[in-house]
Design a protein around this ligand. Structure first.
Ligand code: FEO
Length: 396
């Protein structure tokens, strides 16, 4: 097979799609799959940039051979060692015995740990260059996007930034590989979900990378997941910039747990009132039904959250706690937050929610509303009052 997907003169896309894996990192749903992108420069010295997940190795090597023929592969640049990108390493070392693996010191600590010692290696540092004939490749250290060893490679000859996971997305490349060949609006939600789930904790490091990239004349961005941006790299640069700063837009995400519908009724009533009071976007999630991956992505987008929980074993509804843990893990920036719920005989849900908003450092708006059993007219009226206060904060 030779798909001949050319980024520029002698630089090719040699990535693969994965529609079988259900959970990325065995954690995050992949209903639309994912691509593992790798790139091959067929220069005087041949260079592969990153590999693919181990299950795709055979297809991957066939693709490389289709371009190289019997030429050897001289270098493998490992921008990121996570096994979705390094999984084909052992097979590549067998296929190309002289292959020199290029990475930084931390890269090799990780590769040694995962796969054993590479027989030929070249250790590079930030700013080093590798000349391959026509191409000059410069290495840019971008640690903690999102692992300690992560780096980017900039092809100074063609202006292509091989960015590793940065600027990546969930969702396979279905025929179209480049931004001008796909409907980017179909990728945006999956890209934000990818960002918030995988990279989100490291926004400060992403911002540091923007500083490093400020004077780099980028013509094309080639990430390890999702489309290659050759027409408009600014499209993805602007989005990752906003997400890494957690620039939110006015709107509210209502997240509830509910065993028998009483807390759900309060959540729905509050959502309706938020809308009546002018909040442009209101989303409602049942935390027991929707995977936290999606709720996290929605909260990344909007300025306010309503947390709603019944009491469960004198505490919070476990599925709501699971979602809040995701916010805590990522040290998410402050949101306006309102708290509602039901107590039955013990209480505990609303109390714990209030405590957690304090730990999050979020801006608790109004007084929490806690119904005793089912929501009375008085409880619903209090939800409406709380929604009005929250809407005023969102819209101010
Ligand atoms: Fe796509 Fe961090 O691996």
């Amino acid at each position: 097979m030779n798909r001949n997907i050319r980024l520029s003169g002698n630089t090719f896309y040699v990535g693969v799609n994965d529609r079988r894996t259900q959970l990325f990192e065995n954690l995050w749903p992949l209903p639309e799959g994912i691509s593992y992108n790798a790139y091959l420069i067929n220069d005087e010295k041949t260079v592969l940039i990153d590999t693919v997940e181990v299950s795709k190795t055979e297809q991957f090597i066939r693709e490389i051979r289709a371009i190289l023929g019997q030429k050897p592969l001289d270098y493998l640049i490992v921008n990121h060692t996570e096994p979705d990108h390094s999984g084909a390493l052992i097979a590549l070392l067998k296929e190309f015995p002289g292959l020199c693996v290029v990475g930084n010191r931390v890269t090799f600590r990780f590769l040694d740990g995962f796969y054993g010692d590479c027989p030929h290696k070249k250790i590079v540092e930030h700013g080093d260059v590798l000349s391959t004939g026509e191409h000059t490749l410069r290495f840019i250290a971008t640690p903690m996007i999102h692992w300690p060893e992560t780096m980017m490679t900039f092809d100074e000859t063609d202006g292509i930034l091989f960015s590793g996971d940065a600027f990546g997305s969930f969702k396979t490349l279905d025929g179209g590989v480049f931004d001008d060949e796909v409907d980017l609006s179909a990728y945006e939600d999956e890209m934000r979900r990818y960002y918030s789930n995988i990279v989100g904790k490291y926004g400060k490091n992403v911002q540091r990378a923007y500083e490093l990239l400020r004077d780099v004349p980028i013509k094309m961005i080639a990430s390890t997941h999702g489309p290659v941006f050759r027409k408009d790299p600014g499209w993805v640069l602007s989005r990752y910039d906003a997400w890494s700063q957690e620039s939110t837009r006015p709107g509210a995400v209502v997240i509830y747990g509910s065993m028998y519908g009483h807390t759900e009724e309060m959540a729905d009533h509050t959502a309706r009132k938020l809308k009546e009071f002018g909040v442009p976007d209101v989303l409602v999630f049942d935390a027991s039904k929707t995977h936290p991956s999606y709720i996290l992505s929605a909260v990344w987008k909007y300025s306010a959250v309503v947390l709603a929980s019944p009491a469960y074993n004198n505490d919070l509804c476990p599925s709501v706690k699971t979602v809040i843990d995701k916010f805590l893990e990522r040290k998410m920036k402050s949101r306006y937050v309102a708290v509602i719920g039901t107590a039955t005989w013990s209480g505990g849900g609303v109390k714990t929610l209030k405590e957690l908003t304090g730990i999050l450092g979020w801006d608790l708006v109004g007084d929490p509303v806690e119904a005793k059993y089912g929501a009375s007219e008085k409880d619903l009226a209090q939800c409406a009052t709380l929604a009005k206060t929250l809407a005023e904060r969102i819209l101010k």
